[in-house]
Write a protein that binds this ligand. Structure first.
Ligand code: CAA
Length: 259
C-alpha cells in the first residue's frame, strides 16, 4: 500500500487501514514527512470505499513524542506561519471516516494533539498524555489546548497546558480522552477490533454519525440537534437504511452496500 519512510501501512482486517508510526529512534516525533505521510494515507482512504475505518498507533512503546524539535528549532515566525504542517493537520482533522488511536507510551505535544484529533482513543496502560510545549516557550500548536478544554474541561486542560505535566492512562480514561485502557500488547488489537466493528456498519450512517458528534462540539445545541434531524431524514433515502430495517424484521444479517 505505497512506500513510506516514517510509517507502515497495512490492512489488518476487512475495511480497516492500520497506520503505524515508525521512527523509534526519535520516539516517533512527528517530523513534517511523518505528518505528510499520515495525511496522504488518510486522503486516499477518504476516497477508497474499501477503507471504512483507520487505526493509528506508534506501537507498544511510544505513540509520538511531539513535533520534531530538531526540525522546528531553526524556524522563525514566518517559517512557522508559511509551513506546510497546518495543511497536513487539516487533512487529518477533517478525515471523514472513523479514526481510532491506539496510544501506548508517550503521546506528547503534537503526539497528544494527534490522539485528541482521533475519534476514539484506546490507551495502553503505559500511555502518557501531555502538552509539554510550555517547557519550550510555546503553546500547543495543533489545537491541543482547545481540544483538551472541550474534551476534559477547563481544570484539567489548564493543568496540562500550564504545567506541561503528563497524565497517565487511567487519568486519560477518567477525563474522557481515552475510551478504554488495555495492556500495551492488547491495545492495538483492541483498536483494530473496534475499527473492524465500525467497518461492518453502513458507511453512510457511520459518516453521518461521526459528523453529528463532531458538530455537537462546534455548533450551538439547537443547531446541532436540527442538523442531526436533517441527516437522519437524509439517511431515509439510503438503501442501507432500508436493508438494515428489513434485515431486523426478517431476523437476518444485513448486507450493507454503502448506498
Ligand atoms: N523531536 C525530536 N527528537 C526527539 C523528540 C522530539 N519531540 N523527542 C525525542 N527525540 C529524540 C531525542 O532527541 C533522542 O535523540 P538522540 O538519540 O539523537 O539524542 C531520542 O529521541 C531519544 O530521546 P530521549 O533520550 O530523550 O528518550 P527518553 O526515552 O529518555 O525520553 C521523551 C523520551 C520523554 C519522549 C523525551 O525524549 C522528551 O521529552 N521528548 C520531547 C517531548 C516534547 O517536548 N514534545 C513537544 C514537542 S513541541 C510540539 O509538539 C509542538 C506542537 O504542538 C506542534
Amino acid at each position: 500500500m505505497g512506500e513510506f519512510d516514517d510509517i507502515a501501512v497495512s490492512r489488518p482486517a476487512d475495511g480497516v487501514t492500520l497506520i503505524v508510526i515508525a521512527r523509534p529512534e526519535a520516539r516517533n516525533a512527528l517530523r513534517t514527512r511523518t505528518l505528510a505521510e499520515i495525511a496522504a494515507v488518510l486522503t486516499a482512504a477518504a476516497d477508497d470505499a474499501a477503507a471504512r475505518a483507520v487505526v493509528i498507533t506508534g506501537g507498544v512503546k511510544h505513540f509520538a513524542a511531539g513535533a520534531d524539535l530538531k526540525e522546528m528549532a531553526p524556524l522563525d515566525a514566518i517559517g512557522v506561519l508559511t509551513h506546510e504542517r497546518p495543511r497536513h493537520w487539516r487533512a487529518i482533522q477533517s478525515f471523514p471516516k472513523p479514526l481510532v488511536a491506539a496510544v501506548c507510551g508517550y503521546a506528547l505535544g503534537a503526539g497528544c494533539e494527534l490522539a485528541l484529533a482521533c475519534d476514539l482513543v484506546v490507551a495502553g496502560s503505559n500511555a502518557q498524555f501531555g502538552q509539554p510545549e510550555i517547557n519550550l516557550g510555546m503553546i500547543p500548536g495543533a489545537g491541543g489546548a482547545a481540544r483538551l478544554a472541550r474534551t476534559c474541561g477547563k481544570a484539567l486542560a489548564m493543568q496540562m497546558v500550564l504545567t506541561g505535566a503528563p497524565i497517565d492512562a487511567r487519568a486519560a480514561l477518567a477525563a474522557g480522552i481515552a475510551v478504554e485502557v488495555d495492556e500495551p500488547e492488547s491495545a492495538i488489537a483492541r483498536a483494530i477490533e473496534i475499527a473492524s466493528l465500525i467497518a461492518s456498519k453502513p458507511p453512510l450512517a457511520v459518516r453521518a454519525a461521526k459528523e453529528a458528534v463532531l458538530r455537537a462540539l462546534e455548533a450551538p445545541l439547537s443547531e446541532a440537534v436540527a442538523a442531526d434531524r436533517q441527516a437522519f431524514a437524509l439517511l431515509a433515502a439510503s438503501e442501507d437504511r432500508r436493508e438494515g430495517i428489513a434485515a431486523f424484521l426478517e431476523k437476518r444479517t444485513p448486507r450493507f452496500t454503502g448506498r
